[in-house]
Design a protein around this ligand. Sequence first.
Ligand SMILES: Cc1cc2nc3c(=O)[nH]c(=O)nc-3n(C[C@H](O)[C@H](O)[C@H](O)COP(=O)(O)OP(=O)(O)OC[C@H]3O[C@@H](n4cnc5c(N)ncnc54)[C@H](O)[C@@H]3O)c2cc1C
Ligand SMILES: NC(=O)c1ccc[n+]([C@@H]2O[C@H](COP(=O)([O-])OP(=O)(O)OC[C@H]3O[C@@H](n4cnc5c(N)ncnc54)[C@H](OP(=O)(O)O)[C@@H]3O)[C@@H](O)[C@H]2O)c1
Length: 389
Amino acid sequence: MSSHEATSQCPFNKNNPYLATMTQRIRLSSPQGEKETYHFVVDLGGSGLTYKAGDSLGIYATNAQADVDEVIAALRATGDEQVTLPKAEAPVTLRQALTSELTLSGPTKKYLEFVAERATDPSEKEKAVALLAVDKAEECTSFLYNRAYIDLLLEFPSANPTPQEFTGFLRKLMPRLYSIASSPEKHPNEIHLCVAIVRYTTNGRKRNGVCSSFLSDRVAVGEPKIPVFVASSHFRLPEDKSKDVIMIGPGTGIAPFRAFLQERSATKATGRNWLFFGDQRRSCDFLYCDEWEQYMREGSLTRLDLAFSRDQDYKIYVQDRLRENAAEIWQWLQGGAYLYVCGDAKRMAKDVDAVLLKTAMEQGGLDEEAAQQYFKDMKKDKRYLRDVY
Ligand SMILES: Cc1cc2nc3c(=O)[nH]c(=O)nc-3n(C[C@H](O)[C@H](O)[C@H](O)COP(=O)(O)OP(=O)(O)OC[C@H]3O[C@@H](n4cnc5c(N)ncnc54)[C@H](O)[C@@H]3O)c2cc1C
Ligand SMILES: NC(=O)c1ccc[n+]([C@@H]2O[C@H](COP(=O)([O-])OP(=O)(O)OC[C@H]3O[C@@H](n4cnc5c(N)ncnc54)[C@H](OP(=O)(O)O)[C@@H]3O)[C@@H](O)[C@H]2O)c1
């Protein structure tokens, strides 16, 4: 039975999430480092939810109350006002809409246009109109990128939208997905996650990612407060347990590979396992290092290659380790190994792809077109899978 079929027999799904309890919250990265990466354990209780190694967990987070309070105050509202959201059957209070239905970040040009039309203060109006000028497109994009709605409410108070007008501009708050970092073979009734907490400063304000900070700052361990669903994935181990696997997962990209290794160990898979992991610093960000060392000792992890980018005065990334091991990687691939990449989509996955292409050209003697076709075929055969975000 696929996990999709299994979850469809239980009452909980994306439209009807299960209120799960966090039972463990462990900081994996050291406070001396620059990153804040956590291990969370979510208990599935008697939900009937099941999952497979490679699946993701969907989470409906809520906005921080302090952020909601600030927006309500800037709107000069109480929070009890009724607002009607698109496609909603009944009105909800402004507080409810701002807490769990709408996203407070990513203000749009449309809102700036509203400000330009409605601001009664001449200097505010002038500023909004100037940003909307045709030749200011780049400046306008950057202005909006560095702000959330609260910044615009405070910078243009005289626009004074009603709660209904204001909520009409806000996008729907969407659930976030997290690669599951455990195998049901080892943890049938719980789901482990490896999450990097998003924190940054723009326009002089400290900001937190909605869902990652919900998990780290706002959910108490032991309380059934996390609305979750299991999202079935294409990211799967080979059914043939004698096949080798190569896993490339820097940063939180390590999550599904922890699940894969638990699964391969629990099911006594005979194929070899090769893991490439990287992060900023060995002393601060070597996520789950004890587990990898244990797997190496047991022999369930055949090879572990590490790339700590900030331990020297030049960058070392996972693709540098791939390059150094090109001949052996090519041998594994030619022997039928499965290849997996997980983590950052914008830079890492692209750069890894380029190095793999070069490996096929240099080690396999393929020209560029043939090398591209080689990986296309691997993808078609589901032997090259990516879970990137
Ligand atoms: C299939 C899948 C699996 C995933 N697995 C994992 C996982 O295992 N672990 C994990 O940690 N994440 C994972 N993610 C990412 C995760 O879903 C969230 O996107 C991530 O946690 C951020 O969500 P958030 O709500 O905390 O932040 P959000 O509130 O969504 O904020 C993030 C946004 O903040 C803005 N931002 C961030 N930094 C800056 C900056 N410096 N300057 C200006 N703006 C900035 C950007 O607009 C960014 O899009 C996965 C995503 C997918 C699609
Ligand atoms: N907005 C941003 O600028 C930004 C930056 C980082 C992460 N993120 C996001 O933050 C979340 C969590 O990040 P994460 O913990 O998963 O990992 P991550 O912060 O992306 O980084 C993990 C490791 O990958 C390295 N890396 C950076 N660029 C790379 C490249 N082109 N190729 C290979 N490796 C590269 C990093 O090195 P260095 O950091 O030392 O270069 C680090 O050692 C992800 O959603 C990611 O997309 C956003």
